[in-house]
Design a protein around this ligand. Structure first.
Ligand code: SF4
Ligand code: SF4
Length: 429
């Protein structure tokens, strides 16, 4: 396998924050773990990609494993995805069957479930000999090895849409174009979540989809999941100060605490309730994965330790504080009885009515215009290599990685309209 081809094609982790894949693979590892957990409720991307591309997927897993020198390659997938599991079991791939709990796809949780190894707090899977990739990333590597760059992304569109579906869309089209393709929103006043209902972020209808977009969840503007995300931090902190009853449930159900990490959201909430001005003793907030189990499921008072942790992390980043927590971890004995069943999470999130199939569709779209962000990945924005007025073709390099980052390519043929934090291309018609 040629790592340079993966770099050239601009492959990044498609299932998360977009870590550049050529950087992640530039190592040796004992185990290659494919995270096909499809952790968030309502999403149907990984399972359908596996069903449609089994041979290519498994062949690429084998190539990557050889490159890493990995003796073991494991695909971790929920046993409820029976068709995808059956397809994998017809190959020589080792399959680890996950129960349907949240967050089964939290990288550190998946590593423990599939390999029995525990990533140290504040650490990465490579520290225990494991490299983790997601399903779409593997298929993007397959394309890269054939010289095809990343110009499209696969996502589930669901919620208040006429036709929920899963399909592959050109990078750079707007969320509202995707929704229109799905027959339009079924409620006039809607808001959008980019990603799954637990960890996804609010998105504007005019925002473009990127290499890491995995889902568009369309919800009525007054849905509790929209309101929770819109609540100002001041109100969250005020609530934390007045309403936390110190029941400890946020800590006892926290997936990272259950891995044995020293995160303790209840202690942080207690400190906030006492109005502590000195936050230097609260650095364990840096161990928060922002999974949302505490605020979406655990807290009986409707408080959000997650938002408090996010704020503390931002404050520590502004102060240039590095994560001091690096202890080896041992999963806590209580862990097995405290996994959150995904079905219960869906009910708790008031999403049961949207828990319906989002079947595969071969998307056919010829967008008039695309807006392709220069930063769709962890690291620095890519540097433009095209100018306004230039004609470009689909797949052409339009911005080059600058240090840690990833190349960016045109997703349609057309003329460059503007170059800023994104490159706008209008189709030649
Ligand atoms: S969001 Fe809450 S439950 Fe999840 S890791 Fe952070 S503190 Fe723990
Ligand atoms: S679960 Fe809620 S009420 Fe209980 S300790 Fe945590 S923040 Fe406080």
């Amino acid at each position: 396998m040629e790592l340079a081809m993966v770099e050239q094609a601009g492959v990044v982790g498609a299932g998360g924050a977009g870590f550049p894949t050529h950087v992640k693979l530039n190592t040796k590892a004992e185990i290659l773990l494919i995270n096909a957990a499809e952790c968030e409720p309502l999403l149907a991307v990984d399972q359908q990609l596996i069903i449609r591309n089994t041979k290519r997927f498994v062949a690429t897993v084998n190539k990557v494993a050889r490159y890493l020198g990995a003796k073991q390659k494991i695909v971790a997938i929920k046993k409820k995805h029976k068709e995808a599991v059956a397809a994998l079991q017809k190959t020589k791939c080792q399959v680890h069957l996950l129960d349907n709990f949240y967050p089964a796809g939290d990288e550190q949780v998946t590593v423990l479930e599939a390999t029995g190894r525990t990533v140290p707090e504040g650490g990465i899977p490579l520290e225990v000999g494991v490299v983790v990739l997601n399903v779409e990333t593997v298929l993007n590597i397959a394309d890269a090895l054939e010289g095809i760059p990343v110009t499209q992304t696969t996502l589930t569109v669901t919620g208040e849409v006429a036709r929920p579906l899963t399909g592959t869309f050109p990078i750079g089209i707007t969320a509202s174009e995707v929704i229109d393709y799905c027959g339009g929103a079924t409620t006039a006043d809607y808001a959008l979540i980019d990603g799954g209902p637990a960890m996804g972020k609010l998105m504007d209808k005019t925002d473009p989809i990127t290499k890491t977009t995995k889902a568009l969840l369309v919800l009525p503007k007054d849905h509790p999941q929209i309101q929770l995300r819109q609540m100002p931090l001041r109100a969250i902190l005020r609530q934390a100060a007045s309403a936390c009853c110190q029941c400890q449930l946020c800590t006892e159900l926290c997936p990272r605490y259950l891995l044995g990490h020293s995160i303790d959201p209840a202690r942080i909430m207690r400190a906030m309730a006492h109005g502590t001005a000195d936050t230097s003793g609260l650095t364990s907030a840096m161990l928060c994965s922002e999974c949302g189990v505490c605020d979406l499921f655990a807290c009986p008072m409707g408080l959000s330790p997650r938002r408090v942790n996010q704020e503390l992390k931002a404050e520590f980043a502004r102060r240039g504080l590095k994560n001091p927590h690096r202890e080896e971890a041992q999963p806590r004995a209580s862990r097995s009885g405290r996994k959150v069943p995904t079905g219960r999470l869906v009910s708790r999130l008031a999403l049961a009515r949207y828990d319906r199939p989002a079947p595969w569709e071969d998307v056919s779209l010829s967008p008039l215009e695309v807006t392709i962000r220069l930063k769709q990945h962890i690291g620095k924005p890519a540097q433009p290599v095209v100018e306004v007025g230039e004609q470009v073709q689909r797949g052409q390099l339009i911005a080059k990685a600058d240090g840690l980052g990833a190349n960016v390519h045109a997703s349609i043929d057309g003329k460059v309209q503007s170059v800023d934090s994104a490159i706008v291309i209008r189709a030649a018609r």
